[in-house]
Design a protein around this ligand. Sequence first.
Ligand code: HEM
Length: 523
Amino acid sequence: MCADFSIFVNFLVTGCRIMGVDSQMLGTTGQYVVPLVLPIILPCVLLLLVRRLWYEYNVMSRDPASDLPLPDGSMGWPVIGETIGFGLQGSQFYEKKFRQHGRLFKTHLFGRPTVRVRGADNIRKILHGENDIVKSYWPATTQLLIGPESLTQSQGVHHVKLRKHVMTAFSHTALSGYISLIHPIMIKTIHDWCQVPGGVAGYPECRLLTFMVAGKVLCGFDCSKEETTKLIDYFEEIVHCFFSLPINLPGSGLNRGLKARDYIRQRIMANITLKETDDTQDALRILMDQKNEAEETPSHENIAANAIDLLVAGYASTASAACSVIIQLYKNRQILTKVRQELKEHGMDVSGSQLTLLKINELKYVTSVVKEVLRMSPPIGAAFRKALRTFELDGKQIPAGWTLLYSIRETIDFADVFTDKAKFDPDRFASERREDKTGDRYNFCIFGGGSRSCIGKAFAVLLLRMLVIELARTCNWELLEPDTLKIAHLPTPHPVDGMPVRFTKLEDVDHNANSVVFNCESE
Ligand code: HEM
């Protein structure tokens, strides 16, 4: 017993020394350890031991058939892994780890061993390995909320067929038709912004504008501002509950998410019924008219599920990019001037004048501005996959069953093909430079790639180009608190304070006003 105790004390003393407690403080025989340090040291040593065992337990899930080592990195604390650190530090968590470990590292997030990876060649391998080495992966609650019949949640052959069907809603003809649905909403919204002399909350307004546009085109909503705000609340409740536990009890995240989802679904089902007497060519109409592979018209439930899916996938990311348009064109007045020059050269500088896809496509500089906004603030930072079998990345093994997060933001941030990266420089996309097409195209992987690439890309880019055009030819704007503007990156980049902005119609602008010095911090 006594011997056991002295071994135990020695164990604690060793533990203290490992943790940097000096020997004078401990005493040579550890006589101070028991009364003074024991209550503090014992839990610490046990915690370290448990943490080590947890690490070993996770590392044991490496594939013994592969000689390759696991990526570097830590697995955090039992069960929670590094989820809390990630929650507290946000995107800085990843940036720090990438600087520490290079292009990939292991961690433990949301209850699963995970590898986060950056680098164009690594991303290429993952995106082109869909259904072979990886498959698209969503947490269980997300799957339950969005439903297996939707595009993002479907897998394999079903996904391929469904994708072909949904693609019809984003054809050239479909997009051309959407312009007449988007444009009046955009004109009215910008006009309303200009009517508020004290300024508006820029980020919430961008969300409202994007929801009104996407809701109208994708789901047939045609609501007042108040009703749209209510729909947004329901909609955001669904998204907030994505990562909650998959337990359907009263008050649980899943339960609240399902209620919100059912409300939105009922509203879309009502819009589908209205379609019997309305032939507006929105996405609902196109999906209803289109037969699937089996030459059947999809059920209304199925169409509603896919409309919700499209809105979930597209709304927050596009709203974030719309807000970045306002920030970047305010910070870079000379770029706004060049946009106006281009509009003038093409006879498109009159506020609210008609837009067509053909005319918009002629505006190369506007397109470059949108690309540069997306490069500076990628709306989607990363996407999930699950390893179907063990494979190699950068000389390390990715074990079967582990989660992979491919990093869009860090891949773009670290890509050498972009010169003077911190500068907002749309000309990098001009035909003489084409930095996005230099080297591996996955250096600029804003919309993913392969069979899971963004299906709404053309729609999102169209909406953003229309916003640049309509803002540039209608008004000037001023961020009211530019020095304190902080950008948080999760879930999508957004100003922490909502971003107060004052819009002024061009005809009312005081052309002698001094430009404001801008200073933007990023967190
Ligand atoms: C600037 C705005 C947008 C960005 C940056 C963006 C980005 C992305 C990315 C990176 C992916 C691939 C995710 C993965 O690899 O798992 C994706 C997929 C997807 N996006 Fe977007 N997106 C945007 C707007 C939209 C819009 C407006 C819609 C709908 C109209 C949309 C619908 C989808 C869908 C349905 C998928 C899943 C496709 C599939 O699984 O086959 N996105 N998006």
